[in-house]
Design a protein around this ligand. Sequence first.
Ligand SMILES: [Zn+2]
Length: 209
Amino acid sequence: MWIFKDGYYKIEIENVEIKVSTKLIDENLITYDTWLNQTHSDKIYIIENIENIPKGNLDGDGIILKVKNLKARVKTADCYPVIILDIKNQIGGIFHIGWRGSYLRILEKAIKIFLNKFNSKNLIVIFGPGICSNCYEVKENLFSYFPREYFKYKNGKLFLDLLTYNLDILKSYGINDIILPFSCTYENPILYSYRRGESSRIYTILEIK
Ligand SMILES: [Zn+2]
């Protein structure tokens, strides 16, 4: 489960560490080894060889690590950082998922890589903080991207439930070992939120030790 420690929200499962930065952390002090130029795509990189580690300049929205002692970073503010773990095979993936990534079903693409390429069983999926369905106001143009069941009107405003949309993808693959966000970025004042007009980002970092 998520714990709050030293200015980070953290999860440790066996030798896997996931940490999510807050406003209490100076972003210049956060270290990581590989990261993405996030483009709201479904492009996923797989790093299996420590000799040839891509640093930045990766246009895409997912990194799967099959190497140890390498920190992979995703930046968000209202979009969801999502981690997929195959503890037995020591493989972890980290993904940036907003509405476009959800529409492109990047999570399904990632699950298929774990199942087909790595023959994973018993996947664990962890959602970091993102904007919740009570706060994520959208325009009706998104009706052409998602089924109506994921929308609701409240006081004449329209809201989209991206979390449930992605949870339903996981359920369709029989994945039930899921850790949910510890809070909503728009509601938690120590997390950065794009919708609150903040330009800094939350750093979510995955490392297999
Ligand atoms: Zn909220």
